[in-house]
Design a binder for this molecule. Structure first.
Ligand code: ADP
Ligand code: NA
Length: 345
């Protein structure tokens, strides 16, 4: 099972936000309990993908370590999984090149991510005049590296959200192309669609909570202090309807808070049930309930995170980095020996 986390292209920190945690990273921890040791779990912090957008070297170095510390702080167990930086395993880039040689530019040009990242319309064409010069080759071939990430570890299952389906489809296309030319050596990865809760922005509840949002109040970081969480929830955008009710279309702000409350509710009530139970609550009261539940749910993450990053105890993170690199290289090298031999290299 292969999973990835992009150490940030646009964020001031490598720490995941509540949306990442609920929609993806919590599952990384759950998978460790749901599967026995025969199921290999491969978790990658994808720093090579991060540089498809300009980065400050200092910041990138700091952020990927912060991402690693945050993953460990939520319970990712380096003894149970392989957790590593993408750039620590050169085989990812090597396989990417080999896949590039059988990948179609036409297929890549129809994909949407490069257009989104350049704020182009979905119908933009590669040959259009300003497009070709603004678009960097690395951003265009982002999905080829993503395919290599998966295929180099022979992943059979990849949990991806709706927005990444297209990239998985492309990875399968890469397998088909490669295997057609060189024999049945690469494994077709299957998608696992996690039941994702989409957490919306606190300041603009019609768009999703995202690290690329300008407003820091729009998102809760999983290492925020209780005070920060309280302040962000207290300033969350709601509406002037009386009471509490669950109606995503008419009351997106309140409904988002109900979703969040439901996720962390110790009684596991649904958002609709919670809306009933607190139907008469005042906004301030209700927001206090939500921030209490979030603080409870994230309890301990922040202190573990800070302790891991504390330079005096930094030896542990160094050790995790080294072990992750070693295990990931070994896993990738097994594939590359087969690939190189099949290609004649
Ligand atoms: P961002 O939008 O902050 O850039 P990414 O695109 O890097 O986040 O997503 C990382 C992972 O977190 C993906 O698996 C994605 O589906 C999940 N994710 C991101 N934002 C949310 C959200 N608001 N709600 C639920 N899941 C999310
Ligand atoms: Na994103």
């Amino acid at each position: 099972i292969y999973h990835r986390f992009t150490t940030d292209e646009s964020n001031p920190t490598g720490v995941p936000h509540l949306g990442n945690y609920v929609g993806a990273l919590r599952q990384w921890v759950q998978l460790q309990h749901q599967h026995d040791a025969d199921t290999r779990l491969v978790y990658s912090i994808v720093d090579l993908h991060a540089i498809t957008i300009p980065q400050s070297p200092e910041k990138l170095r700091k952020q990927r370590r912060e991402s690693l510390a945050a993953l460990l702080a939520i319970g990712v167990d380096p003894d149970r999984c392989t957790v590593f930086y993408q750039s620590s395993v050169p085989a990812h880039s090597e396989l990417m090149w080999i896949l590039s040689c059988t990948a179609s530019v036409g297929y890549l040009s129809r994909m949407t991510q490069w257009k989104q990242k350049l704020n182009l319309s979905p119908t933009s064409q590669l040959a259009e005049r300003p497009v070709g010069s603004r678009l960097k080759l690395g951003l265009f071939s982002y999905p080829v590296l993503q395919a290599a990430d998966i295929l180099v570890h022979r992943a059979t299952h990849v949990p991806v959200g709706h927005d990444q389906q297209q990239h998985l489809e492309f990875a399968r296309e890469c397998v088909t192309n490669f295997n057609h030319s060189y024999g049945p050596h690469l494994v077709h990865p299957e998608t696992i669609t996690p039941t994702v809760h989409r957490i919306m922005s606190l300041t603009d509840p019609k768009s999703k909570m995202s690290k690329s949002d300008q407003s820091e109040r729009s998102r809760i970081l999983i290492t925020d202090t209780p005070e920060e969480i309280q302040a962000k929830v207290a300033s969350a955008h709601t509406d002037s309807f009386p009471g509490i009710s669950y109606d995503v279309a008419a009351r997106p702000g309140i409904s988002n808070l109900l979703d969040i409350l439901s996720i962390f509710d110790t009684q596991r009530r649904s958002p609709a049930q919670l809306a009933e139970d607190y139907s008469d609550a005042q906004p301030r009261q209700f927001k206090a309930l939500v921030s209490d539940a979030v603080c409870q749910g994230l309890y301990g993450i922040s202190s573990r995170y800070l302790e891991l990053l504390d330079t005096d105890k930094g030896g542990y993170l160094d050790h995790v980095e080294a072990e992750g690199t070693r295990k990931a290289r070994q896993s990738a090298e097994e594939t590359m020996e087969i690939v190189r031999s099949a290609v004649g290299l």
